[in-house]
Design a protein. Sequence first.
Lengths: 230, 230
Amino acid sequence: MSRLPEYLRALHALADAGHETVSSEGLANAAGVNSAKLRKDLSHLGSYGTRGVGYDVALLIDQIESVLGLTQCRAVALVGVGNLGHALAGYDGFASRGFRIAALLDADRSRVGEQINGLVVRHVDELSRVVAEESISIGVIATPAPAAQAVADELVAVGVTSILNFAPCVLSVPDGVDVRKVDLAIELQILSFHEHRKASLTALPATGGPGLAALPGGLAATDTQEAIGT
Amino acid sequence: MSRLPEYLRALHALADAGHETVSSEGLANAAGVNSAKLRKDLSHLGSYGTRGVGYDVALLIDQIESVLGLTQCRAVALVGVGNLGHALAGYDGFASRGFRIAALLDADRSRVGEQINGLVVRHVDELSRVVAEESISIGVIATPAPAAQAVADELVAVGVTSILNFAPCVLSVPDGVDVRKVDLAIELQILSFHEHRKASLTALPATGGPGLAALPGGLAATDTQEAIGT
DNA sequence: CTATGTGAAAGAATTCACAGCA
DNA sequence: TGCTGTGAATTCTTTCACATAG
């Protein structure tokens, strides 16, 4: 599950708060899921809690970190030092959670040489050298969309096999390379959908039953609700 | 589906490239899904393509925008003008996709008054006034984790019903309020898991069959693979 | 003949509910 | 008694495959 990292975050918070042990119910709350799901997820790890007691917080942290491969700090290359790239370069949430931004790169020579958070921006031509020097395994793309595919190709060419893509476009990569995409505008658009739905519903007070009125788009509200998950 | 925004992005790209019509296959490629899924999704919208031809790009854009509630530009309040908040405030991907950052707020008085991208940072005390003045429907939280719940409470109190949360913590909100979370470190951790898995597999050359060796964490590789989606 | 729209099949994910261990 | 771990039941999603409209 892609929920393990969320459990890990919750566990760290619990550990900081002094808990040595936690029930599936307690951890589930802290992670924002229900307890049955959490227990099922953890059981897939073969992780053992203690019946009648719960899970040992420190032990579970170790287990999950080992499964996620976070026992070593991973070096990351960030390509694209615009607005967003700048913020990512300065984001301390990475360092505290197992990652080290080991290189900043940009295609714009006017940005090369700039120093951000103790790191100098290098030209993207140096990618190959930097990846080797720093044993970089993960690339982050924060360029404009039109440049993203070319950057992805270069990352793959120099041996990077995991990419986090902030550019609003789909990347095509060979098998064996993993890509995750974060599109900030899409997140807002999903919220917009929910807003739109809520507005439509309150505008039609208490029309239960089958005759539920059509939305602006010409759709029954129930269909539309079904049409967008979460 | 939360895939409609992705289709919308792909459609805009196609429109910009001069396409007036597109097949389910073509749009599916541009959006990074398969065509059966795309057709099923669009059929839920009641959207009509033309058999033998495909979908009218402009028409489909209108339909999806209307379903997502993007026919009007939505005003957004951004709380927390640190590193990430700064980047979000300057991100032009919002404006071009139906959103207007209408207010920047921060609890830190030393930041109040600062101007970012033509907007002045205001103190979070003014939230109530600003939300009313600007008809804000969506709040974005880019504060440190410890402050996020309090900000969420305030947003809810002044009538915001959708929240995009960048702080690494779960928010509890009343029914009827939608929250989406983006946690950048979690995205990297998921990639780390994939890296870890790939490394383990190549380290054990061609050990097929049931005896597939254990990972560092003491798990069979197949179990672990099953344990994290996508 | 082409490509949509959609029942039906297959596959995942979630939830239920409880046996069994501490 | 309290809480985990897990089969069984349920629900949701994805894929298949084809009748049907243009």
